[in-house]
Design a protein around this ligand. Structure first.
Ligand code: HEM
Ligand code: HEM
Length: 149
């Protein structure tokens, strides 16, 4: 078994779930991208984590538990609140941090590499889709009553 600094590699669905859970603990609270999950998509983690774990299980362990179509929800998200390059960069930092904190080895490296590829592909494909307002998910209440400026 590959082991670096006491960390082992991603080996099971449970590992994928642990990784995804660790990622969302940070992502939901992140000042730059948290609102996409919390305010715009209002994701239910109990439903969402198993889906994203299947995505990674399929890529890293070859299980085919995820049947594809990951881009679609991001296109819908982007139409409501613009997904910008900086958001993807932040997403990738949080993802690499979650991977490196918990795992080390060839699959951990692949998890980081594949995320970079998918993020680049998503960002490129989003350019041909109309964007929502930046930060559209926020309830901005600093300007007094609605309409006053
Ligand atoms: C172990 C082999 C691999 C597996 C099992 C795998 C699996 C997947 C899966 C399940 C998706 C999501 C597809 C969707 O939701 O529509 C995906 C997306 C993607 N993969 Fe891989 N992948 C592998 C290797 C690679 C390699 C070698 C590359 C490039 C060199 C790559 C580049 C991409 C890109 C760019 C996307 C995003 C496509 C898009 O939505 O535009 N993958 N992959
Ligand atoms: C700033 C960047 C990103 C944001 C804000 C974001 C946000 C979200 C949100 C809100 C959902 C739930 C959508 C819904 O069901 O209503 C979602 C789904 C998902 N995201 Fe992302 N995402 C980002 C980047 C990525 C990247 C780079 C990947 C892959 C490497 C990814 C993988 C997934 C997958 C697999 C799903 C589940 C899709 C499905 O339901 O089949 N996301 N994302």
């Amino acid at each position: 078994m590959w082991s670096v600094g006491g960390l082992r590699d991603i080996e099971s669905r449970a590992d994928c779930e642990r990784l995804v859970t660790a990622f969302y603990e940070r992502a939901l609270e992140d000042p730059l991208i948290g609102f996409f999950f919390v305010d715009v998509a209002k994701i239910d983690l109990d439903e969402h984590i198993p889906v994203v774990a299947s995505f990674w299980e399929t890529i890293l362990l070859g299980t085919r538990t995820y049947t594809g179509g990951a881009f679609g929800p991001h296109a819908a998200l982007h139409m409501r609140a613009e997904l910008q390059a900086g958001h993807f960069e932040r997403w990738l930092v949080l993802w690499r941090t979650a991977v490196d904190e918990h795992f080390a080895g060839p699959r951990a490296e692949l998890a980081k590499e594949h995320a970079l590829r998918v993020a680049a592909a998503f960002l490129r494909r989003l350019r041909s889709i109309p964007a929502g307002e930046p930060g559209d998910g926020f309830v901005v209440s600093l300007h007094g009553p609605a309409g006053s400026g």
